[in-house]
Ligand binder design. Structure first.
Ligand code: NAD
Length: 342
């Protein structure tokens, strides 16, 4: 992991003045000091992220927002009336903003939005040079789609594009405590870190463009498998007659310990406050977990990387996602699907 220690706690290292200068850095032909921002995708994650961004940037800056769901943009403007403008379309965002953040559901949405922006080229219309425009995509998509978009932006000289997928969920987005994993050319790391620090607590630079997504997908692949394995192991022990809390306590000081066993244990009552203890409500939805698993498997297969457990895990999550008593729940609901005692 490159440069992580240098940027892992950016807010502690960058003073507000330096942060502001960092955000301004590179705008050599700027006519004024007001910065312009773009935010595309005001969903469960994007809405609170944009809210934090608006609250932390200077009052005189402007954010241009856009969402195909016009109700989301209107709600955002109502809640944040100062320094927010609703753009007619994504091209207008790109023409007016120096720093553009996208938080979209799936690869096809990211590809579609950037196609609209980049073809035919959009140019900033207020005197900034186009090479200074920074696109930050926080969506969880496959590295290949992200690479195509980056290539289209870079080869046409329309700005720098980086991938910055995140973890921390809706709660982290609201609290401004997200972790971003970024794939970016070295020259944009400082600027991107300053921007993302307005919406999160940690920014990890994993390497060149695409690296953030590769890191995120590798992690979420492991998480998806650990989640199934934990549910199976807990179910096994409980069916053999072990006490759930005693079993979890033992695992959590032994070699089987992992995030699903320690923090998000799938057995109701083992960890107070975990989704399992409130009917599997909230948390990391089984649909999102399955989406990330599929992206990881697809990207690994494209790179001809051998995976032993992928197909079984994918088929399993497909079933859980559709099951009436599991649909829409936290992914630890796999324990229920296995017939675990609740
Ligand atoms: P969401 O579906 O709630 O929001 C996506 C938003 O994008 C919606 O408001 C939608 O109307 C908008 N949109 C779709 N197509 C558009 C277009 N062409 N132009 C403009 N807007 C468009 O999704 P989310 O939960 O906010 O997740 C966003 C991304 O973040 C996903 O890639 C997801 O995997 C990732 N993520 C989500 C979570 C989570 O807990 N929700 C956690 C980490 C990462």
């Amino acid at each position: 992991m490159r440069a992580v220690s240098a940027v892992a706690s950016p807010l502690r290292r960058i003073s507000p003045i330096a942060l502001r200068q960092g955000l301004r850095r590179g705008f050599s032909s700027s006519r004024n000091l007001q910065a312009t921002w773009g935010f595309i995708g005001l969903g469960r994650m994007g809405f609170p992220m944009a809210k934090n961004l608006r609250a932390k940037i200077p009052a005189e800056d402007t954010i241009f927002v856009q969402d195909v769901n016009t109700a989301a943009s209107k709600k955002f403007l109502e809640e944040n009336p100062q320094g927010v403008r609703i753009a007619d379309n994504v091209r207008e965002v790109a023409e007016k903003a120096e720093t553009i953040i996208t938080v979209l559901p799936e690869p096809q949405h990211v590809a579609g939005v950037y196609k609209q922006i980049l073809e035919p080229p959009t140019l900033l219309k207020d005197g900034f040079t186009t090479t200074e425009r920074l696109f930050i995509d926080c969506s969880t998509i496959d590295p290949m789609t992200s690479g195509h978009v980056a290539n289209a932006a870079h080869t046409s000289g329309q700005g720098k594009f980086i991938d910055a997928p995140m973890s921390g969920g809706v709660v982290g987005a609201q609290a401004g405590t997200l972790t971003f994993m970024i794939g970016a050319a070295p020259e944009v790391v400082e600027r991107a870190t300053a921007v993302l620090s307005l919406m999160g607590r940690r920014v990890l630079h994993l390497g060149d463009q695409g690296s953030g997504l590769k890191g995120k997908l590798a992690n979420n692949y492991l998480l998806a498998l650990n989640n199934i394995a934990t549910a199976e192991a807990m179910n096994m022990g409980i069916q053999w007659g072990l006490d759930p809390k005693a079993l979890a306590g033992m695992i959590n000081i032994s070699t089987g310990k992992c995030w699903p066993s320690e923090v998000n244990n799938p057995v109701p009552g083992v960890i107070e406050g975990a989704p399992a203890s409130r009917g599997y409500e909230g948390g990391f939805g089984v649909t999102l977990a399955n989406k990330d698993l599929k992206l990881a498997i697809k990207a690994a297969k494209e790179a001809k990387i051998k995976l032993a457990l992928a197909d079984t895990a994918q088929a399993f999550y497909d079933e859980v996602e559709q099951a009436e008593n599991c649909k829409g729940r936290d992914f630890s609901v796999v324990y229920r699907y296995l017939g675990g005692k609740e």
